[in-house]
Design a protein around this ligand. Structure first.
Ligand code: CMC
Length: 432
């Protein structure tokens, strides 16, 4: 809840002075309310990339980029990663508080009982080419859910919103696992409700009818941690996309599909895939200086993937946990000597000592390590971003739910600084 300060920001435009209210959040920088800027000042604010613009009021996730701090509903990500598990974190993000044992049991049972997809959806998967990128499939299937679950598309009905919420969280692992199975040409594996959320996902990805598959608890814990660390991240590009799409009143499945589409880009969720491909391209530690030099070269568009963040100007706290998880998983699988990991460790060491990266505050982000873990688990790089989407679904839904329940909800409609042609008359083709 915002608190208006007694101070105002004075803005002088020509002969007009506007007194703009200043609001305090519970923590973090104050904001200046510029909603009257156009009606009273006749000007718009200009902020491409929204580097200084708060687009909404939110009580879900807080990031302090200078401290390298990430809080879900006030709880530090490190504590949640160590002591909680993904479905408990999902409950926390959605409903605001940690659940009691009873509430957890009820939530877990509701999620577990909605993991199957409408059988007709299997045919929908089969309409894609086998070599389609799994992100394209996940995006298409998520959008198509509105064609399969008509009874949970009315955003004005609280019960339907809740059903859509549970459906998306429950079915996303099945969707992502089936996109994987389809991609590798294996039969779809149905969900098993006797397994926990992460183990069920791993089972749907790696078991085949011909042989038994037993989920290793260390791998399932690492998977669950990847889900927890990616669950929400404040008003990032894909979350803002979900909010913008839902501001028009679009159905929940369409809005989350929009989030999946935005996440795909290499500057956002696609960075985990791009980071691993880059590590493989580097190949051996002796080639690292060549790539560092390219990253520093202003005339070369190359960037070190998995480094840098819009908000974190200190270490990404998710990366610290992920790094520890990577060591555990690679230790279990006995592949600490994996060449990609050797390149990753050496690249991290060199970049952290390099004046360019120090000066620009470019630290490894979560995607730098998550790809290494997923690769070791046996996922192809094309599955990295779909797994990020699976985890982020709960964040997108929490933010969507918060927005729909906000009485101040308004359609998102940014303005622009127009630099095109001014009024001119149409010229017939023979006179051009
Ligand atoms: N390698 C080399 N130089 C970089 C990098 C990088 N990875 N990231 C930023 N820079 C430089 C950039 O060239 C610019 O230099 P200058 O001031 O001389 O023009 C300066 O640092 C600031 O960069 P920016 O693009 O203005 O910063 P931004 O806040 O707009 O971008 C970013 C943030 C994440 C898009 C960017 O750091 C990047 O492209 N990183 C690589 C992609 C990546 O790993 N993305 C995953 C983000 S974490 C997962 C998620 O939350 O989605």
């Amino acid at each position: 809840m915002t608190h208006q300060s007694h101070e105002t920001a004075k803005l002088t435009i020509g002969d007009k002075t506007l007194d703009l209210p200043i609001y305090h959040g519970t923590v973090g920088p104050d904001v200046i309310d510029i909603r009257r800027l156009y009606s009273e000042g006749g000007v718009f604010a200009f902020d491409p990339g929204y580097t200084s613009t708060g687009s909404c009021e939110s009580a879900i996730t807080y990031i302090d980029g200078d401290k390298g701090q990430l809080l879900y509903r006030g709880y530090p990500i490190e504590q949640l990663a160590a002591k909680s598990h993904f479905l408990e974190v999902a409950y926390l993000l959605l409903y605001g508080e940690l659940p009691t044992a009873e509430q957890m049991e009820d939530f877990e049972s509701r999620v577990t009982n909605h993991t199957m997809l409408h059988e007709q959806m299997a045919y929908f998967f089969r309409g894609f080419r086998r070599d389609a990128h799994p992100m394209a499939v996940v995006c298409g299937i998520m959008g198509a859910m509105s064609a399969f679950y008509h009874d949970s598309t009315d955003i004005n009905d609280a019960w339907q919103r809740e059903v859509a919420t549970i459906r998306m969280i429950a079915k996303m692992p099945t969707i992502v696992a089936w996109a994987f199975k389809y991609h590798v040409g294996q039969p779809f594996v149905y969900p098993r409700n006797n397994l926990d959320y992460a183990s069920n996902f791993l089972n749907m990805c790696f078991s085949v009818p011909a042989t038994d598959y037993v989920v290793d608890p260390i791998l399932s814990r690492a998977m669950d941690r990847i889900f927890t660390l990616h669950a929400d991240h404040e008003q990032n590009a894909s979350t803002s996309t979900v909010r913008l799409a839902s501001s028009s009143g679009a159905n929940p499945f369409a809005c989350i599909a929009a989030g999946v589409a935005c996440l795909w880009g290499p500057a956002h969720g696609g960075a985990n895939e791009a980071a691993l491909m880059m590590l493989r391209e580097i190949g051996t530690p002796d080639r690292i200086p060549e790539f560092i030099a390219r990253a520093r070269d202003k005339d070369d568009p190359f960037r070190l993937m998995g480094f840098g963040h819009r908000v974190y100007k200190n270490f990404d706290p998710r990366a610290k946990v992920m790094k520890q998880s990577a060591d555990e998983v690679l230790g279990l699988l006995g592949i600490e000597r994996n060449p990609t990991l050797q390149v990753a460790k050496e690249l991290e060491r060199i970049a952290l000592e390099d004046p360019y990266f120090i000066e620009k505050k470019l630290y490894p982000n979560v995607d730098f390590y998550s790809g290494i873990i997923l690769d070791a688990m046996g996922f192809p790089t094309s599955m990295f971003t779909p797994i990020f989407a699976l985890a982020r679904t709960v964040g997108w839904i929490s933010q969507w739910k918060e927005m729909i329940e906000d009485p101040q909800l308004k359609i998102g409609r940014p303005r622009q600084l127009y630099t095109g042609a001014t009024l001119r008359d149409y010229v017939d083709v023979e006179n051009r």
